[in-house]
Design a protein around this ligand. Sequence first.
Ligand SMILES: [Fe+2]
Length: 474
Amino acid sequence: MNPLAFLPASGGYPDRRIEALEASRYGRARRWGHGCRGKITTKNETRPTLAEPQRINVEDLLIGLYVAELDRPWLESPFLFQGFRIESDRDLEQLREACAYVYVDPDRSEAAALSRVQASRPTPRRPEAAVVSAVRRREIEGLFGDDPYPNPARFRQELVRASRVRGEARDVVDHLLGQVRAGGEVDGKRAAGVVQHLVRAITRNTTASLWLTSLKQRDEYTAIHCMNVCVLALAFGRFLGMSQQALEVLGLGALLHDIGKMRTPDSVLNKPGPLTEEEFAIMRRHPVDGYEAMRRAGDVSAEVLEIIRSHHERVSGRGYPDGLAGDDIPLTVRVVAIADVYDAMTSDRVYRDAVPAERAIRILYQGAPQDFGRELVEGFIRCIGIFPVGSLVELDSGALGVVISSAPESRLKPVLLMVRTPEGDDYEKRLVLNLAALDAEAPGRGLSVRRVVQGADYGIDVPAIVRAELETSP
Ligand SMILES: [Fe+2]
């Protein structure tokens, strides 16, 4: 399937058709077990039906309740049946591992269990208030929709942890870049150690790590770019199901991929205009320079060296330095190359401003057959989402928020950190809004993303927001 079928032709406006497609694709459309919930309206009649399903947080579930719907597609859950009565503690445990909330069918539940759970539930509030407080109470519950690891840690804690690892990685990258620049010995073992930390941080919480890639600065491009490519490649590698060992190779290769640029003269590297043919030839030496520097260092594997040398190869055979083509370019190399191109496009450079994420995705997709292969690029787009983490979006209410997570089953309904009200004022205390949860609470009345916007157009500095969140985190 063409993933860009879900993307707007221009300007970033998702439409109803997209939502319908997404709903059918992921089975989000409500399909209550016996199909007669709420009010069924035909041309001539409106007839009342059985009791409405009730949304219950998994912590409050009891044996005897009938689960009619999950907060995610059944196919992505460990449950064989689409609707079942909770029979045992094991059922409860599995539900708590897989979901944040479920919908319970009152008519199929045991009366005693139903009245106990109802007695313990708070009085209903206005849907929006309920959603916001539910989100607060559960510390951004929707964030972990794509995380297969049990008991995910809280987002802000993870943000701080990921940031700490990122700081360490930054020190190592700076150190290595400095060593290569000075033509000295390179400490590959230290880099490998940091990558192990990074792999752990990313497998623990991909979202927090990806969010930190929004911390981009024009003036220190190479170091930040190396780390962002590392995080993006690891997130994608994890999405592809790579093993821990393969991820470590991938991460180290990604972290070091541009290390040869430290041998490229500054006048070429940071030239604020187009390169001449001669300058371009100098620029194109960096994969081999990096490969040679790390090969001489002697403690990185052949696979890592291959990533450094070949990250500008393209499946058409038109890349450099060796003109490799098709399957001769290993998967790990292509994963890093995609992350490299995506991060380069979405970063401000001395010679141009960043390209908006959705445009970068479109460009990647258009070039896929010649560059990396369509299938892999489609996978990358699915991995990072239509509204990538860190992008600034405008809701149909006019409010603005930064995407902090988008789970695969609700790509069009991401979790947002709200930064500006519909009236254009800054929020005094930024709130987290889970659009998918809002939609589930108040079907048809939820908010939708209208388009991706550029922070500069609204005087919003996304990296500054990320930093501020880090400062207020525990
Ligand atoms: Fe490069």
